[in-house]
Design a protein around this ligand. Structure first.
Ligand SMILES: [Zn+2]
Length: 258
């Protein structure tokens, strides 16, 4: 009887040990599983971070290239302004700036401006063929004043509505810049006239090949077309904006004239 009880206890102890070992085994297996999951998670995070770091390095390298380019263009020191933006540390006084903005095209050729077609490659609205658009189309009404965007001399006038640009005016400005104003209704200047910045040179219209009243406005430097939008929004506050976008112009030499 007594022996029977001892044997029973022994069995219970052995069973308990087996059960305990089983639980330990399952627990180790479970831990292993969790650790390998964590490892995978860490690895994928590591990959993600390394991609992000590489992207950042690329951005920094690109920025440093741009800074070098700006240095090359301006050949002057660059400073960080209060908004941490890199600006040209120019030495131009207020008076010289005013003179500069009188003779280099800037600002709006119309009072109310709404861009209806941008500069660059586009599908032509009439021919439906992709073609380089050499200017900027500004939506307007017939008969609004068109202003010269810098002082200069009227170089070419066409006063007949015979296709293409219709009636147009081109103005020759200082230092190799020219502007063109096309699809006009009425031309108010003649070739050889000297005009000031903001002189009324014409009224807007719908002459030539045009789908509706608008002003086609172009800016060229030494016969090369520039994006007029850079110049339309160029003013004393945004003085530095022009240098990066139009790096083919030797701005440094030009600014030194003022
Ligand atoms: Zn146009």
């Amino acid at each position: 009887m007594l022996r029977g009880i001892v044997l029973k206890d022994k069995n219970i102890i052995i069973l308990s040990i087996i059960f305990l070992l089983l639980i330990i085994f399952i627990y180790i297996f479970y831990l292993n599983f969790i650790i390998s999951d964590l490892k995978n998670d860490l690895k994928s995070k590591e990959n993600l971070y390394s991609i992000q770091i590489n992207n950042r390095i690329d951005e920094i390298l690109e920025l440093s290239e741009q800074i070098k380019e700006l240095h090359r263009i301006m050949d002057v020191g660059l400073v960080l302004n209060s908004n941490d933006k890199i600006v040209f540390n120019n030495k131009i006084d207020e008076n010289s700036l005013n003179n500069l903005f009188k003779i280099i095209p800037n600002g709006f050729p119309l009072i109310d401006v709404q861009v209806s077609s941008r500069f660059g490659e586009r599908i032509h609205p009439i021919s439906n063929i992709e073609k380089f658009h050499s200017g900027l189309d500004l939506k307007t009404k017939i008969g609004n004043n068109v202003y010269s965007t810098a002082s200069g001399v009227v170089y070419k006038v066409r006063n007949e509505d015979n296709g293409g640009y219709g009636k147009f005016v081109t103005i020759l400005h200082a230092f190799g810049f020219t502007t063109l104003y096309a699809h006009l209704d009425e031309v108010l200047v003649k070739e050889g006239d000297f005009v000031d910045k903001n002189s009324v040179i014409a009224t807007s219209g719908n002459t030539g090949i045009s789908t509706g009243p608008h002003l086609h406005y172009e800016i060229k430097f030494l016969e090369k077309h520039l994006n007029p939008i850079d110049f339309i929004y160029w003013n004393k506050k945004s003085f530095n904006s022009i240098f990066m976008n139009n790096s083919n112009i030797e701005w440094k030499n030009l600014i030194n004239k003022f």
